[in-house]
Design a protein around this ligand. Structure first.
Ligand SMILES: *Cc1c(COP(=O)(O)O)cnc(C)c1O
Length: 455
């Protein structure tokens, strides 16, 4: 492997240029303070996605609310949104477990509770399918912007959409989200699953009439295969997790709603009251869209960090080397094997990496055993259950205590503001996980935690 070239350099040359790569290859936990981070004003320059685009997505979702309210009564009047809760018990347990004195307030953004598909994918995935459905219906004169969109629940629309197909490649959660909404609208839908996708997710989708194609390969290959098959059929629309602006916009809508939740709780965010947000990252669209939306609103007052498994640090590798989607973790001998199925991605989205390269504060990695520990700590202290991927964001306050994390705080002049800081762990999934599987995760976490505290 040493002699193989990655973008013209050997692994040894990459390591000497970026010493952090050594730790990544050893699958050690790291904290990367982004050297390309810029002020909002500079970082947002020449970006193709504007505030207006995000507002447009928000308005589209409002148009669909009467439809969603009708077919998914578990939504809040057709709005797919999650609670924001303070987790002070967890915060103090976290500090005592790791022997850190943690400042500020810690809150959980509970996308684990999002209706319809129980993960952050209910934002981007559902938005993209609705957008496509609207485009088709408008083109065929079946719908007008001014209509009450609840008519879409009618037989005539289902019949119309059944002439079209939707396809997607997924490690599981995106498949759930795209599969459920597409089947509900009446589309023929095919989900291409990577080898690591959980059996219960495939079973659930099949029970809803979704065609599930199982691949013996990882996420990137499943996407590639799905794209190829879909492109061969003109009536098929491919949801491109790696490059889709629409997915990104669906995720970005989270920010303005989150702002309203903070306002309702009278929580102020400004230069004196910084906001830290920790987002679990797979291919990048979900955390990227949310972070972009947050930057548009809070600008320099928000500091966004992505969290990746030590075995799948694809976004970190892409940003660090500036190779984005031209590099995979496998190129560096990293195996992309992790229990965090939503995060088991070896090659990042180039679109997201390039969009966020000057706006993202940093990336940290987390060991799988730590995911389970944090999952069980959260369950014990707050009675909230999340899936392993979602637990990655809970590690943010601890990782910020690392040397590189403290360097970030000093460099940005935040040291004396940390008492006022609000930390948000974005819990990206959980409530679709069957009870007995969640119990296994929890028990495993308890065991890991015991070992951790014993040594
Ligand atoms: C998909 C997913 C993520 C990450 O989203 P990406 O768009 O792949 O970066 C995080 N957590 C969970 C639970 C997910 O399903």
């Amino acid at each position: 492997m040493e002699s193989r070239l990655i973008a013209g350099r050997t692994v040894r040359e990459w390591k000497s240029a970026y010493p952090l790569i050594e730790d990544l290859m050893l699958m050690n936990e790291v904290f990367w303070n982004n050297p390309n981070y810029r002020s909002f004003k500079e970082g947002i320059k020449n970006k193709s996605i504007s505030e207006k685009d995000v507002r447009d997505a928000e308005e589209r979702l409002l148009r669909f609310a009467p439809y969603l309210a009708k077919v998914f009564p578990e939504t809040q009047n057709g709005v797919i949104e999650s609670p924001l809760v303070e987790i002070s018990n967890f915060h103090s347990r976290l500090g005592s477990t790791f022997h850190k004195s943690l400042e500020g307030t810690l809150m959980l953004k509970c996308d684990n509770e999002l209706p319809i598909s129980g993960s952050i994918k209910a934002r981007g995935g559902i938005y993209e399918v609705l957008k496509h459905a609207e485009d088709l219906a408008l083109q065929h004169g079946m719908l007008d912007f001014k209509d009450d969109y609840s008519i879409i629940a009618g037989h005539e629309f289902k019949e119309f959409f059944s002439r079209y197909s939707i396809a997607v490649g997924s490690t599981g959660n995106l498949g759930l989200s795209i599969g459920i909404i597409s089947a509900q609208l009446g589309f023929k839908v095919t989900v291409h699953m990577s080898a690591d996708a959980k059996q219960w997710k495939k079973d659930l989708l099949r029970s809803k009439g979704v065609t599930v194609v199982e691949h013996n390969s990882d996420y990137s290959k499943a996407v590639e295969e799905g794209r190829k098959q879909s492109d061969a059929d003109p009536a098929s629309y491919f949801v491109d997790d790696e490059n889709s602006t629409n997915l990104f916009l669906g995720y970005a809508v989270a920010a303005s709603r989150f702002k309203k939740q903070l306002d309702q709780k009278k929580i102020k965010i400004d230069q004196e009251h910084p906001l830290f947000v920790y987002l679990p990252c797979g291919v990048g669209g979900g955390p990227g869209g949310v972070a972009y939306g947050l930057k548009l609103i809070f600008k320099d007052a928000v500091h966004c960090f992505f969290a990746e498994p030590t075995h799948s640090p694809c976004m970190l590798l892409g940003l660090l080397t500036e190779l984005h989607d031209q590099v995979s973790v496998q190129d560096f001998g990293i195996d992309n094997l992790t229990a965090a199925d939503g995060l088991a991605v070896g090659r990042p989205s180039g679109f997201v990496g390039k969009t966020l390269e000057q706006l993202l504060s940093g990336v940290y990695t987390i060991d799988d055993s730590m995911l389970y520990m944090l999952l069980s700590l959260l369950a014990d202290s707050e009675k909230i259950r999340v899936e392993p991927s979602a637990a990655a964001g809970l590690y943010g306050p601890i990782q910020l205590c690392s040397q590189a994390g403290q360097d970030y705080i000093l460099e940005k002049g935040l040291r004396d503001k940390m008492d006022n800081a609000v930390h948000i762990s974005w819990a990206t999934g959980g409530n679709m996980v069957p009870e007995e599987i969640m119990e296994e995760y929890y028990t495993l976490g308890k065991t890991q935690l015991k070992h951790f505290l014993d040594v």
